[in-house]
Design a protein around this ligand. Structure first.
Ligand code: NAD
Ligand code: DAU
Length: 339
């Protein structure tokens, strides 16, 4: 079995690469990533030593390059993680989000049609459902919740989802889609909430909380997301959408305070800054379908996952210090100075 993984040098894609190499030693894992600011070859260092792993530095929008990889590698299954993934960046510059997240998805599916695959899996997000109000804790996103996006990022992901479903209905492409809540864990790029707060706290820098910090996210340890995708590509039904989330809702401010406490840093580092434009209030996934149909349940509780994550950032300072000392500095100044 050959599994082509796009975006495998990023956060979730790299965790999936390691998960698959470990669980299926006979599978060939073909990684395609163009190494944007979010892709990192040092993340794939160990994978590169595995003879079952091969890496192509290619953009998913590059039709010729992608077709050549399909011609050579003949993948059975394609899992598309490659995306521009940061909401704040999509507010600054939507265009690249539309290119990669929509047109890149189209190129991959055209290649799948041309060369034949058994499954194309699209890694999507709960953000396609928009947000829920804080005063209705009884409401959750199900697979039937209408798409109702807020940011250019979530709009691009929702557009891609529609295209994936259209390729299934129109061309009979064997597709599946997962819509997951917020992930956390090793190799999470430090522009995102949890790793940003860990890195800043360790450097005694201000911890920039948007608005009042009351927004709620539903956090899932990244390995549990990988397990869900593994189940869907092997046992999930073609043409179906599966929501993935662990019923672990937390307010941003509580996460930031917890990180301060775990690292022995004062809460006085917390700085309230201007809110994100169009900021979604609450995400909450109902994972009943994937539990009932595929038996998926998360294994890692937040209390354990956050300890493992903090321990990983303490043990791997080289990994994130190299990132935050580079072009990230410019990004950080632009987004946070005088905010
Ligand atoms: P990430 O930003 O950490 O990684 C994205 C990877 O894709 C990088 O390695 C980057 O180099 C690569 N990439 C970007 N554009 C590319 C292109 N045009 N061609 C080839 N490679 C390209 O993202 P992530 O957080 O790991 O998210 C992965 C996927 O999961 C995304 O599709 C995202 O929408 C989805 N998702 C993320 C979360 C989350 O909490 N992070 C939750 C649900 C769904
Ligand atoms: O829900 C799934 C989504 O989760 C994925 O589709 C996205 O790719 C992923 O980036 C993530 O989106 P969020 O916008 O929820 O994640 P982020 O880490 O950017 O922000 C989490 C919350 O923390 C959000 O309410 C904004 C807030 N925040 C974020 C940053 C970076 C802050 O208060 N301060 C910050 O500096």
């Amino acid at each position: 079995m050959t599994v082509l993984v796009t975006g495998g040098a990023g956060f979730i894609g790299s965790n999936f690469v390691y998960y698959m190499l470990d669980k299926y030693p006979t599978y060939r894992i073909v990684c395609v990533d163009c190494l944007t600011y979010a892709g990192n070859m040092s993340t794939l260092k160990e994978a590169m030593e595995n003879p079952q792993f091969v890496f192509y530095k290619t953009n998913i929008c590059d039709r010729k390059g992608i077709y050549e990889i399909f011609e050579t590698e003949k993948p059975d299954v394609v899992v598309n993680f490659a995306a521009e993934s940061h909401v704040d960046r999509s507010i600054e510059n939507p265009e690249i989000f539309l290119q990669t997240n929509i047109l890149g998805t189209q190129v991959l599916m055209d290649a799948c049609r041309q060369y034949g695959i058994t499954r194309y899996h699209q890694v999507s997000t709960d953000e396609v459902y928009g947000d829920l109000p804080l005063d209705r804790p009884d409401l959750f996103f199900t697979e039937e919740t209408p798409i109702h996006t807020s940011s250019p990022y979530s709009s691009s992901k929702a557009s891609a989802d529609l295209l994936v479903l259209a390729y299934h209905r129109t061309y009979g492409l064997p597709v599946s889609i997962s819509r997951c809540s917020n992930n956390y864990g090793p190799y999470h790029f430090p522009e995102k909430l949890i790793p940003l707060m860990i890195a800043n706290a360790l450097n005694d820098k201000p911890l920039p909380v948007y608005g009042k910090g009351e927004n709620v996210r539903d956090w899932l340890y990244v390995e549990d997301h990988c397990k869900a995708i593994d189940l869907i590509i092997h046992k999930g039904k073609v043409g179906e959408i599966y929501n993935v989330g662990g019923h672990n809702e937390m307010r941003n401010i509580d996460i930031v305070k917890l990180i301060c406490q775990k690292l022995g840093k004062p809460e006085s580092l917390i700085t309230y800054v201007a809110d994100r434009k169009g900021h979604d209030m609450r995400y909450a996934i109902d994972p009943t379908k994937i539990h009932r149909e595929l038996g998926w349940l998360p294994d890692t509780k937040f209390a354990d996952g956050i300890d493992k994550t903090i321990a990983w950032y303490l043990e791997n300072t080289d990994w994130w210090e190299a990132i935050i000392s580079g072009e990230y500095q410019e990004y950080y100044e632009k987004m946070y100075t005088n905010r």
